[in-house]
Write a protein that binds this ligand. Structure first.
Ligand code: NDP
Length: 246
């Protein structure tokens, strides 16, 4: 059933990986979806095309999440184009892995800009437009709660940051009928975390379900949270991690 018919959604970083899976699921539920990307223009087009072929509606916008003005303008552009905004999914993310002594300031700054500051800026702009039934869903990471390797300091701090931001925003805006939640994936097979890498070998033993997850498995949870049945879930941190944190 088209639980999201008539809704307009933004998915940041929708050109690949988890964001593409989320965009596909939201569109299948009837939402009009705007995906953003930074460098993967062709892959973004492939995503919007496949959504179109499946009978949905999607557009792609180049919005560098590290550029806060562009982030705000991107949200405003979607509202201008479609006349409304119902769902913001903050998904775009980057990571830097390495011993804490080796983390450069440039990598630190970029991780904070994309994973944390962009989430704040996009949410701030979206809240000017979201009405009753509005949704902000941010893709955090199970690594905010449990980290099974040394070398994820910056990544974990950004993902813990969005979970805190989510709770504060939920407290502030839920009375307007807008819910704000964090979805924390565990290991999901994407370019960021391929299921066939050496990192996957050390990671898989920690996954209770015994395998990597798929982008669609994150997308289905996000689609549920975006819909009317999830109106009483706000300020939550929900794991979709195959029992990684169990
Ligand atoms: P990928 O690296 O596969 O994809 C990242 C996406 O984010 C791409 O669409 C990319 O677009 C976009 N992106 C990156 N930087 C920018 C930027 N500056 N501006 C706009 N878009 C940008 O990552 P995943 O799909 O694996 O991750 C998606 C989210 O899920 C991230 O927040 C990640 O931290 C989180 N996550 C992932 C897990 C995993 O195991 N895969 C586990 C837990 C959380 P483009 O190529 O166009 O730049």
């Amino acid at each position: 059933t088209k639980t999201l018919a008539g809704k307009v959604a933004i998915v940041t970083g929708g050109s690949r990986g988890i964001g593409a899976g989320i965009a596909q699921r939201l569109a299948a539920a009837g939402a009009t979806v705007a995906i953003t990307y930074n460098s993967s223009a062709e892959r973004a087009e492939t995503v919007t095309k496949s959504i179109g072929e499946a009978g949905g509606t999607a557009v792609a916008l180049r919005v560098d999440a590290a550029d806060r003005e562009a982030v705000r303008a991107g949200v405003a552009e979607v509202v201008e184009r479609f006349g409304r905004l119902d769902i913001l999914v903050n998904n775009a993310g980057v990571t830097v892995v390495g011993p804490v002594e080796s983390i450069s300031e440039a990598d630190y700054d970029r991780n904070l800009a994309v994973n944390l500051t962009a989430v704040f800026m996009a949410s701030q702009e979206a809240l000017r437009h979201l009405g009753d039934g509005g949704r902000i869903i941010t893709i955090g990471s199970i690594n905010a709660d449990r980290i099974h390797f040394g070398g994820g300091s910056v990544y974990a701090l950004t993902k813990a940051g969005v979970a805190g931001l989510t709770r504060a925003l939920a407290r502030e805006v839920s009375g307007r009928g807008i819910t704000v939640n964090t979805v924390q994936p565990g290991p999901v097979d994407t370019d960021m975390n391929p299921a066939d890498s050496p990192f996957a070998e050390i990671t898989r033993p920690h996954i209770a379900v015994g395998r990597y997850g798929t982008a669609g498995e994150v997308g289905s949870l996000v689609t549920y949270l975006a819909g009317p049945d999830a109106a009483y879930i706000s300020g939550a941190t929900i794991n979709v991690d195959g029992g990684f944190a169990a």
